[in-house]
Design a protein around this ligand. Structure first.
Ligand SMILES: [Zn+2]
Length: 233
């Protein structure tokens, strides 16, 4: 057993879920799994097809994005993951996709309004869309700055990363996170579903109202509140 086997396995499994869930095509997208005790995370190698992924091919990097173990080059988005792990100490997994509907909202530079209970089951806030990055950020250390763009957007809106585990980066695509890589991928799939439903809702009724506060609160609390009663746990 190598000391990084657990996160390499978790990262591989989570990455393999992306094409299964229809969230990526070709080599798009990436998921990472962190080990906070060792201060590292395992991430998909850059440009390797999903069909060819295995735990051994995962790249282990530290929270500054420096490779610690692995023969492949890590995903080109590695520094974005590193920044988020560095600053948000309760997350253990991050996923990035260019899933169609969520990416369309990002390209339209719009937050996804909370229209229904599916959305409210996961968060009470509209899914934020961070503004497109400035020319200065793009010309600089682009992937590193993408991480700061995500953090700044949540900070400006006074949203907690523990309550809102998903964001759109304007003109780019979604990023999601969670306590585990598996849950981060789940959040990517949920976000894509919410994005699709919101798109259809506005098409059917351009004047569709946001979900009313009482329903937002009811649905969020029954899953996440102190007296939650959804599921079996
Ligand atoms: Zn991307």
């Amino acid at each position: 057993m190598g000391k990084y086997d657990e996160i390499k396995f978790a990262a591989c499994q989570a990455n393999l879920q992306l094409p299964v869930l229809g969230l990526v095509v070709f080599t798009f997208g990436n998921v990472s799994a962190a080990d906070r005790n060792q201060g590292v995370f395992a991430i998909k190698p850059s440009g390797v097809a999903y069909a060819e992924l295995s735990p051994e091919k995962m790249v282990v990097v530290d929270f500054d994005g420096q490779t610690v173990e692995g023969t492949f080059r890590p995903s080109s988005d590695t520094k974005t993951h590193a920044v988020l792990y560095n600053h948000w100490n309760k997350i253990g997994g991050i996923a990035h996709t260019h899933s169609t509907y969520a990416t369309a909202w990002a390209q339209a530079q719009r937050d996804i309004p909370v229209f229904g209970t599916t959305h409210a089951d996961h968060t009470t806030a509209d899914i934020p869309c961070a503004p497109p990055m400035s020319d200065e950020m793009i010309r600089g250390d682009y992937e590193l700055q993408t991480g700061f763009q995500i953090m700044n957007c949540l900070k400006e809106r006074q949203l907690s990363y523990e309550e809102v585990e998903m964001i759109l980066v304007g003109n780019h695509a979604p990023f999601t996170w969670a306590k585990t890589a598996e849950k981060a991928v789940y959040n990517s799939a949920v976000l894509e579903s919410i994005a699709q439903m919101a798109f259809l809702t506005e098409n059917i009724n351009p004047e569709a109202p946001r979900l009313k506060d009482s329903l937002i609160k009811k649905h969020y609390d029954r899953k996440h509140g102190p007296d939650s009663y959804y599921g079996q746990s």
